[in-house]
Design a protein around this ligand. Structure first.
Ligand code: AMP
Length: 444
């Protein structure tokens, strides 16, 4: 199976070949012909499956070969495709892909997101923009100021729609939909199919093609999981010990809160381990800088919240550390999905204190196995320390609440998400586990 055999033009095949792709991934094999046919699409695929090229390539081809409504005489060239993403990072990465895959076709793209000045965006919007990649909030700011016109959009893509709903963007999405022409092609990508996603799909899509690729990690066979039971106040010390003793050079560390991420990163730096934190409160340039340093190997430790890390194109990491377990087991799978890829054995390490035993049990239930536990000499948990409830955690209420607590546990969890949709889990979880390795192999 080649990209050319999927019906892509020479210009696009050339660009992907230069990028080093030879074989389309399973999602690409299914999505490319479906999008080229012009119909609506509902695709179940998460980051790492190659979904971005799966919608970008056929989108570029459709716009490049069809002059569409831009042929209308006079006036400004219209925005012809709109790609909505939940986070700034994802928006930036998707637009980078659009530019890269589209380098031999004559289409202009632009990315807009919040957290940066709006004026330069307004300036750029005065020029021709065929493909706009945006986060919903800033897009609506522009719409409100009438600095962009979405009335001639031909293709709408909702990327990581489940995460957009989790982040509370449903009203923004509806407002954006109201600005689009009724006649258009709709592509909806989501890692999970919750009831909310189905409702959105029902209202948005018209006789859509449904494609699903198995979750990349259900769970990943190449990942070795290890749990270190440890007291909550000694986690940072244990993490520094593990990094130094094992000589880890590229570690993605997850915390539950923004505040916890900052605090941990500062403490590690004081321990002589260079690290930076990324989360929703950091400026875009700080996040881009941290990510670039981490990717090129200059920065050994990146501390992130789930939301900040979601959608980041950082894969094939040797080590992922759960400094705190996530509140929903599915996020554990997302987190470890960044390690143990491309044949290299990855390690997912979790530092688990007594408060988190319930969360660990939930994760083990989803993984359908218990994870190996390793008590490190010198870090044995003190049996006298009792479990305390985790704010916004699912074991809240298991214990009477007690104050004071360490600040890393009292900080508010990020983000405000709908526990309803998350607890539903992916509808196809376990439905096609054998196919997960196919999509992984395809990316090697
Ligand atoms: P995505 O799921 O779109 O975030 O893509 C995940 C990663 O796979 C990115 O680093 C892409 O550059 C890479 N990728 C996408 N398509 C292919 C392909 N056909 N062959 C190899 N790598 C790919």
């Amino acid at each position: 199976m080649s990209f050319a055999s999927l019906g892509l033009s020479d210009a696009l095949v050339r660009a992907v070949t230069e990028r080093g792709y030879t074989v389309p991934t399973p999602i690409q094999q299914q999505a490319i012909p479906a999008v080229l046919s012009g119909g609506d699409l509902l695709a179940g695929a998460q980051t790492g499956t190659g979904k971005t090229a799966g919608f970008t390539l056929p989108l570029l081809q459709r716009l490049a070969t069809d002059n569409g409504r831009s042929a209308q005489a006079g006036g400004r060239a219209p925005i012809r495709a709109l790609i909505l993403t939940p986070t700034r990072e994802l928006a930036a990465q998707v637009e980078e892909s659009v530019r890269e895959y589209g380098k031999y076709v004559k289409l202009k793209s632009m990315v807009i997101f919040g957290g940066v000045g709006i004026q330069p965006q307004i300036q750029q919007l005065r020029n021709r923009v065929d493909i706009l990649v945006a986060t919903p909030g800033r897009l609506l700011d522009h719409a409100g100021q009438r600095t962009l016109d979405l009335s001639r959009v031909e293709v709408l893509v909702l990327d990581e729609a489940d995460r957009m709903l989790d982040m509370g963007f449903i009203h923004d999405i509806k407002k954006v939909l109201a600005l689009l022409p009724r006649q258009r092609q709709n592509l909806l990508f989501s890692a999970t199919f919750s009831d909310e996603i189905r409702t959105l799909a029902d209202s948005l899509l018209n006789r859509a093609t449904l494609i699903e690729v198995a979750r990349r990690n259900a769970p990943a066979e190449a990942v070795s999981h290890r749990v270190y039971p440890v007291d909550r106040e000694r986690k940072r010390e244990l993490l520094a010990h593990l990094i130094k003793e094992n000589g880890w050079r590229q570690v993605l560390v997850f915390t539950r809160t923004k505040h916890g991420a900052n605090r941990l990163s500062e403490q590690l730096s004081r321990d002589g381990i260079a690290s930076l934190a990324i989360h929703g409160n950091k400026s875009q340039s700080a996040r881009t800088h941290a990510l670039a340093q981490f990717k090129n190997g200059a920065l050994p430790v990146l501390v992130a919240t789930d939301i900040a890390a979601r959608g980041l194109d950082i894969v094939e990491l040797p080590h992922v550390v759960n400094f705190e377990l996530p509140n929903v087991p599915e996020d554990y799978i997302h987190r470890i999905g960044r390690t143990g890829r491309a044949g290299s054995e990855g390690a997912a390490v979790s530092l688990v204190c007594v408060d988190e035993n319930k969360l660990l049990a939930d994760i083990e239930k989803v993984l359908k196995r218990s994870l190996p536990k390793d008590v490190l000499p010198g870090f044995e948990p003190d049996p006298r320390i009792k479990a305390e409830p985790i704010p916004n955690g699912r074991n809240r209420g298991a214990m009477p609440s007690r104050a004071p607590r360490s600040s890393s546990h009292t900080a508010r969890a990020e983000p405000a998400r709908s526990s309803h949709s998350r607890s539903q889990g992916p509808s196809w979880r376990g439905s096609a586990p054998s196919r997960s390795s196919d999509s992984r192999n395809a990316l090697r």
